[in-house]
Design a protein around this ligand. Structure first.
Ligand code: AMP
Ligand code: ZN
Ligand code: FE
Ligand code: FE
Length: 283
């Protein structure tokens, strides 16, 4: 069983439509794929239809942008009730704040003569997508300012860049509680990926575990061997499972579908713990 529990579509910052992500999953030989767009469920219906057509099982999820005292935390939430009012309100607030934040970043860049406009970013992101820095990167590639998304992130879009702006994100511990309240299963994405920026201390992960965190995404390409090992050890100590995933973004990142995978028993546990009534879509 090949199970990949972390992918993005054009509903956020992936480059493929939700149905195309599922098609690519089928072509890559995956049995199960989770769609986990940033702060939105809007890709679910199209992905469901494709999963039924192509015979790939679909885990409906979302990757919630959170913070803990200023440190960015990404929380994967599987099989949540998309209509839970509290969680829905947080996602809308984060998504709206991302719009304002991208507008601020683009305005600051344009003021310094960097060839980018908000209209261009919106056109590239498409209607309704959760906006993020990758869409600004796409605009910079289109303008010829950089060659790739990676180059844009290495330079003007990096965390410490003068053009960087933050956006609203719920507290990570509260988000874990909200996901459980919405009947979903919370798993911390790439918890120790220091290459991406600051990561939280073990004590914070323990606090999240007390609040209901179910697992840690240990096997992820942004983790070094040591960071993977640490995630496995800490998860075991705190009574949580571990997952492995690709964090596929289409052609927007190097990540390949199925490059890390999750054990079938872990998927079974996710299904057993979900109380939302939102099941795995299976043909
Ligand atoms: P944001 O959430 O808007 O701050 O942007 C972060 C997003 O950019 C995450 O989804 C990352 O997957 C993506 N990202 C981070 N670094 C890179 C990179 N070097 N190339 C492409 N995408 C990246
Ligand atoms: Zn992303
Ligand atoms: Fe992430
Ligand atoms: Fe992701």
């Amino acid at each position: 069983m090949q199970i990949d529990l972390h992918t993005h579509s054009s509903a956020s910052d992936g480059t493929q439509l939700p149905a195309e992500v599922v098609r690519s999953a089928a072509q890559a030989g995956l049995d199960v794929v989770a769609l986990t767009d940033h702060d939105t469920y809007s890709g679910w219906p199209a992905a469901e239809a494709a999963a039924l057509e192509l015979g790939v099982d679909l885990v409906r999820g979302v990757e919630i942008s959170c913070t803990h005292r200023g440190i960015s935390v990404h929380l994967l939430a599987y099989l949540v009730d998309p209509e839970h009012p509290g969680l829905h309100a947080e996602l809308v607030r984060a998504k709206d704040s991302r719009e304002t934040r991208v507008a601020r970043m683009v305005a600051a860049m344009a003021a310094d003569g960097i060839p980018v406009s908000l209209e261009q970013v919106h056109a590239l992101a498409g209607e309704g997508a959760t906006l993020g820095r990758p869409h600004i990167a796409d605009a910079l590639v289109e303008s010829g300012y950089v060659g790739t998304r990676d180059e844009a992130f290495a330079e003007v879009l990096r965390n410490g860049s003068p053009y960087y702006a933050s956006h609203y994100a719920p507290d990570a511990v509260r988000a874990v509680e909200l996901v459980r309240a919405a009947g979903g299963v919370p798993v911390m994405a790439h918890p120790f990926a220091n290459a991406r920026g600051w990561t939280v201390a073990d004590e914070v992960v323990a606090e999240m575990a007390d609040a209901g965190l179910a697992g840690l995404e240990a096997d992820h390409r942004d983790h070094s061997t040591r960071e993977r090992a640490h995630a496995h050890t800490l998860a075991a100590r705190l009574g949580m499972f571990t997952t492995g995933s690709s964090d596929y973004h289409g052609t927007g990142k190097q990540n390949r579908l199925g490059e890390n995978t999750t054990a079938p028993e872990v998927l079974k546990q996710i299904e057993d713990e979900a109380t939302s009534g939102v099941g795995v879509v299976s043909a």
